[in-house]
Design a protein around this ligand. Structure first.
Ligand code: ATP
Length: 492
């Protein structure tokens, strides 16, 4: 990422071809105009629609140079130095003649000192030009810059509203600025305007909308989803060790406490028996820490975007970093990173990308990866040090089952005190959390069908009729437990 000074330095260091990938063309153009004035070079802007135009002085566009070949020929022929911004030139880089003309201009830099700046949302530079070029992205606005922008928006609103000032407090203003970071100034301004103009105030209630709008701006491919529905740990029975583990790390994750020799927590893997609350726990991490939850469906990414999985993963990780602090829940992690080489190495590369990112990550993006199928998990991923901890989520024990019954009765506005949850728990030996919930729901329906209040009888009947997974898949669960015994930490 580059800011104004860095770009000026690159230009001064006599690099003929500067490639800037950005959606903010007008910001780049303004910056270039200023730099060109500073270094005393005339500056021109070209687009296929407007042709070539000198922009440090007002002059009419030279329509005759609107064709890509013509404009490059023209630049090559000019003998006095100039800075040329070519906007959206990327489709024309496929033409050998354009590549050669650009190379000619670059080679002649010593004589003509032309700097060409290519600005597009995405540019792939041909190998012939790589050695003459510097590739850069525009730095995103700093917090100071964003705060100034928000204050300007507030001033604007005050002027339009007969001098009333925008109501806010420093803490909320700080949180707004934090939430806007990672966006371009144009997008951030739009969101700040939305927050101010609805009611002339910046309040806590504006913040979730900003987070949501920011997410919508960042994520277009649908692989990463913003989960509105988080949970609290009080919604989950068990998971005692995980809760404690997370509580101990909360302040370090937030950067509130800098503790020597303690790194920012990276993430955990939750591995275990189906229906025992792994997904619910991932949601509860975000809910408890009060940060957005982003869900990356590995299975979907792999099926829907076959061949582009790696790029999608990179983009999703970038989005997550912009949304930080956040929880990134990688659901069914084993689905996207198979252990076989049958797909031409694609899933291996995806694994490599993920592991490198995890190893280098300094950002407050906390990963919660969930998995059921240990057979499909590559050994590299579960090796010590990748995740901070691998938790094993087993079938709930007798006490935890009692809590789960209570939670699901309460969720349906029923008073657990009126039921013998201990007896229910004993009867539901071997049930997963999902099966307990299912039993409560089905019993509730049968009671309703009989026009009766839900009674112990209905619940016990349902329990008796269920053949839990622990019986159907006894062997598989035993295998999972054995595997987990010396590789993971139990959740309870
Ligand atoms: P899978 O591996 O099949 O995706 P999972 O382990 O992620 O399953 P969840 O999807 O979290 O399990 O569980 C399904 C539902 O079962 C939850 O939404 C919740 O209602 C209930 N449930 C499971 N475990 C618990 C628990 N420990 N406490 C409370 N509810 C639970």
């Amino acid at each position: 990422m580059t800011d104004y000074n860095d770009i000026e330095l690159v230009i001064k260091s006599r690099i003929p071809l500067i490639v800037i990938e950005s959606h903010e063309e007008s910001r780049v153009v303004d910056m270039m105009r200023q730099i060109a004035i500073n270094i005393g070079k005339p500056v021109f802007k070209w687009s296929i629609t407007e042709g070539l135009e000198r922009i440090d002085r007002k002059m009419a566009p030279q329509k005759h140079n609107s064709e890509p070949t013509d404009v490059l020929g023209h630049i090559k022929a000019v003998k006095s130095p100039g800075l040329y911004i070519l906007t959206d030139f990327h489709p024309y880089l496929d033409e050998p003649v354009h590549v050669r003309l650009l190379k000619d201009i670059a080679i002649e830099y010593e004589q003509t000192a032309h700097t060409i700046v290519l600005v597009s949302h995405q540019i792939k530079i041909p190998a012939e030009l790589a050695k003459f070029s510097a590739h850069t992205q525009l730095a995103l606005p700093t917090k100071d810059h964003l705060e100034r922008m928000v204050r300007d928006v507030a001033k604007e609103w005050a002027e339009e509203n007969r001098g009333h000032s925008v109501k806010t407090d420093p803490k909320t203003l700080g949180m707004l600025v934090n939430n806007l970071s990672g966006l371009t100034i144009r997008d951030a301004k739009r969101l700040a305007r939305n927050a101010v103009y609805d009611d002339g105030a910046i309040t806590q209630s504006d913040l979730p909308n900003i987070t949501k709008a920011k997410y919508n701006l960042l994520s277009q491919n649908g692989v990463l989803s913003f989960e509105y529905d988080t949970a609290r740990f009080s919604d989950i029975g068990g998971f005692i060790k995980l809760k404690k583990w997370l509580t101990e790390r909360r302040d370090v994750f937030y950067g509130k406490k800098e503790v020597q020799h303690l790194d920012t927590p990276k993430g955990v893997m939750l591995l275990g028996v189906q229906g025992c609350g792994k997904s619910l726990a991932a949601k509860a991490v975000a809910g408890t820490w009060g940060v957005p939850l982003l869900r990356l469906g590995f299975g979907t990414m792999y099926n829907k975007f076959h061949g582009e999985t790696e790029r999608n993963l990179r983009e999703s990780l970038k989005t997550a970093e912009v949304m930080m602090p956040c929880v990134l829940w990688i659901d069914e992690i084993e689905k996207g990173i198979g252990t076989s080489d049958s797909d031409g190495g694609a899933s291996r590369r995806v694994l490599g990308t993920l592991l490198t990112w995890m190893a280098e990550k300094k950002s407050a993006v906390f990963i919660v990866a969930t998995a059921n199928d240990i057979e499909a998990l590559p050994p590299e991923l579960v090796r010590k040090g990748r995740f901070d901890e691998i938790f094993f989520v087993d079938l709930p024990n007798e006490n935890v089952r009692e809590t789960i019954f209570s939670i699901h009765l309460k969720n349906r506005d029923l008073d657990p005190q009126k039921y013998d949850v201990k007896k229910l728990s004993t009867a539901a030996n071997g049930f997963s959390g999902a099966e307990i919930e299912q039993a409560v729901v089905s019993a509730y329906y049968s009671a309703h069908a009989q026009d009766a209040e839900l009674a112990m009888m209905h619940l016990l009947d349902e329990i008796r009729q269920t053949r839990p997974l622990s019986i159907v898949m006894a062997e598989k669960i035993d295998y999972l437990r054995n595997w987990a015994a010396d590789r993971t930490v139990p959740c309870d």
